[in-house]
Design a protein around this ligand. Sequence first.
Ligand SMILES: [Zn+2]
Length: 484
Amino acid sequence: MSTAHLPRTLIEHGTIIAWQDGRHTVLPDDSVLAFQGSDIVYIGPRAGWHKLPGDTHIDARGRLVIPGLVNTHLHVTDTPFTRGRLEEAANTTEAPKLTTTNYGPLYQVLPAVRHALEPEDQLAAAKCAFAELARTGSTTVVEMGYDFEVGGHGDITITEDVAEIGIGIGLRVYSAPRYRKYHYGAGPAGGVWYEAYPNDGRPRMRDCIDYCIRYNGRHEGRLRTMLAPGQIDTCDPAMLRETREVANAHRLPIQIHAGQSPKEFERLRSEYGRTTIEYLKDTGLLGPDLLIGHGQVMTADGNLDSLGKDEAQALRDSATTVVHLPWVKARRGGVINSIHKYRKLGARQSLGTDTFPFDLFNDMRMAAVMCRFVERSPEAIDCRYIFHMATAGGADALGRPDLGRLAAGCKADIVLLRTDTFKAAPAHDPFVFMVLAANGEDVDQVIVEGRRIVDRGQVLTVDPEAAIAKLNEASQRVGARVAL
Ligand SMILES: [Zn+2]
């Protein structure tokens, strides 16, 4: 279909980060960017752009013009209800104590909160979370859904409703409903138990796969789907092999939670006699369309220097992407060791927020700082690489060379970031500013598929007061139901 009749918009007077020769590059001052319909049609010197009557303009003076952020792992339906409960569960007594059980809440608090959620609570949470994502510059979001037993008992229509909320706010949504064989929890002595669902979780798996096939590509491609076998230790090998077959047949990406805790690593060793990467390889999951959510504990000691040669090679050669979620780790006293080491191995990497806040700038900062901290060197990672992870790195994981970068032919998913502020002055290196100083509150405008959804820091597609009031009401109900 010809787009010649669609209005064209010129973004001018801003500092543009363009995609050139395979990397993000700061363009000279006289550069402009134009989009028409959903696509970028021009980026470069003003002299090369020919105006037509009817063109509109965005004045980007005092703004950085950057690609919309690609946030490759998050959960919108339960995060607002786990705020604080998850991290601070052990900090409720007066006497300070140090524990090594920072993974305990994962097995205790998270399931308890999720059990207390009814569908309407999840939808209230999703609305605020998606709005926050838009507000803070994430334009592509991978919503990982929730597990089988949570409110609604695996009713797939909740997934549909949640995805529609994100689409209604104007985001580009990858919807990834999870399925698994076991659910798990922690016993009083700290041990983790696993219990199989009725029918080994297969009915829910069928529903998720069916949903992924039916919904992929809706809303003119703004809604896409992803296969999401819950966690590497809550699925059986047959489940993972079937996931790979479906992914190949329907060209769907896959994301699995893996490398989340030492307990998970131990279980793979004891059950299958495999390390995490060996097991992913054996089940056929490794590949350029696989995203490993977390990827923190991939060895017994959590240090990538301990990775075997064959494992490193399998990770690199398969072009699998590791999705880092540094803030949620750091908040619980954990650290990825390290993004620098993954880079050295040649692994592909992206970023996600996982939980609150849904501000990917926060995770860029945390990724950079924690990497330098654990490697004890400021040279361990550079800000441009971190920005790449949050943009093109995520897009590549999704098989989307048209996202996460500003170039002619790419989608018009664009963020304007304020630099007319005290903290941004004087203008220096935009990558350093974005990673080490900016946050989502500096986002001024957000455009997705050529449509503006945030202007002057306001999300145009949601009534914030009503959405926040609904979430507060839901939180009261959930709080009364949570049994720990
Ligand atoms: Zn997650």
